[in-house]
Design a protein around this ligand. Structure first.
Ligand code: FAD
Length: 314
């Protein structure tokens, strides 16, 4: 199912919905652990999951393998990230073919981070330069089979802090054929809502999915926010800094702060939230519990895992 249809459904029914993002782990054991976790987190009720794209060889292959596993074995609607980093046209076509064969119908088209060993991003000789080139290529070759999402940056992107220019480039991506936007993580909701108004003022009408990063530990919270140049509201620091060495207390306060942030976004009329799980369950589960969104007898999971249903366990 296309993500735009799932979002339209949430809009029609006024029912909030959410999705989870995972990245390919580095070791075989890590992959197995993650599959177990994805299966457990299926029971939290995500509408779909994203698998990120890692530049180069094995990690890129693993993205495709994980999409196949999630889509065909778990029966989870999956959105595959695809980037231009170190990708000639043949490699892009190969990844799209694998996603197509797995029954995946959603792609997040990105320019990509620079590879680890390089500071600056460079296009390969026969590759694409910008995310919009990838959007155009997917549209040209697959028509409407894939629903295509693109990235949005309420607080600027790592190699461009110019908001107006980034909005120009976002508009280009949308005009080329994207049908939803997923944002970089942020904690400053007022700024996010101001940015949404600016996006709308540009005539961009497709859904905007805010990217939410739950708080697992103080160190990882600060590290990621700094890495993404993401502003942390002063009152958040005032609450978290004094308890920074107590992980349990940080998660407790963190879940309240993040859930409040989610409520404010929902109150502004946005119905779908995307959680950056960092491949872990606990911090995301705590936020969902705080929002009262976890399945329960009053809020049953709509669908059991297909293989469990076939064994009569669902
Ligand atoms: P683009 O929109 O192509 O922009 C890249 C740069 O080029 C920007 O500075 C932009 O302003 C500029 N630009 C765009 N169009 C033009 C133009 N016509 N003329 C001149 N300049 C232009 N990275 C990964 O490697 N793997 C992932 O799985 C991944 N997932 C992500 C998911 C989300 C939701 C987000 C927000 C980011 C993700 N990233 C991922 C990071 C992303 O790849 C980087 O932020 C990257 O630097 C920009 O990607 P983009 O798709 O926004 O690029």
């Amino acid at each position: 199912m296309h993500i735009r249809e799932m979002l339209a459904d949430a809009e029609r029914t006024h029912a909030p919905s959410f999705s989870f993002e995972y990245f390919p782990p580095k070791t075989a054991q890590g992959v197995q652990n993650l599959y177990d976790r994805i299966e457990r987190m299926y029971n939290f009720g995500p509408k779909f999951i994203d698998i990120t794209w890692g530049a180069g060889g094995r990690i890129a292959e693993l993205t495709c393998e994980m999409v196949v596993q999630a889509q065909t074995y778990f029966g989870l609607e999956t959105c595959m990230h695809l980037t231009c980093t170190d990708m000639g046209e043949d490699k892009v076509n190969d990844a799209l073919r694998k996603a197509y064969k797995a029954g995946c119908t959603n792609i997040l088209a990105l320019r990509g981070d620079p590879p680890r060993e390089k500071e600056k991003w460079q296009a390969t000789d026969d590759g694409f330069r910008y995310a919009k080139d990838l959007v155009a290529h997917i549209k040209r070759n697959y028509g409407d089979h894939f629903d295509i999402g693109v990235a949005g940056y309420p607080e600027g992107c790592d190699d461009n802090r110019d908001e107006e220019l980034l909005l120009d480039h976002l508009k280009e991506k949308v005009d080329t054929g994207a049908s939803f936007i997923v944002t970089q993580m942020f904690y400053d909701v007022d700024n996010f809502l101001r940015w949404v108004d600016k996006v709308r003022a540009r005539g961009i009408t497709i859904p905007i999915i805010p990217g939410i990063m739950p708080i697992a530990t103080y160190a990882s919270f600060v590290r990621r926010a700094n890495h993404m140049n993401c502003k942390i509201p002063e009152d958040w620091m005032a609450k978290l800094e004094p308890i920074k060495n107590d992980d349990v207390a940080v998660r407790e306060i963190g879940k309240t702060l993040v859930a409040d942030m989610c409520r404010k976004i929902l109150a502004a009329g946005i119905r779908h939230l995307h959680f950056y799980t960092m491949n872990l369950a606990q911090a995301t589960r705590m936020v969902l519990e705080e929002l009262d969104w976890m399945p329960s007898p009053n809020r049953p999971l709509k669908q059991a895992l297909p293989w469990k249903q076939s064994l009569g366990l669902g």
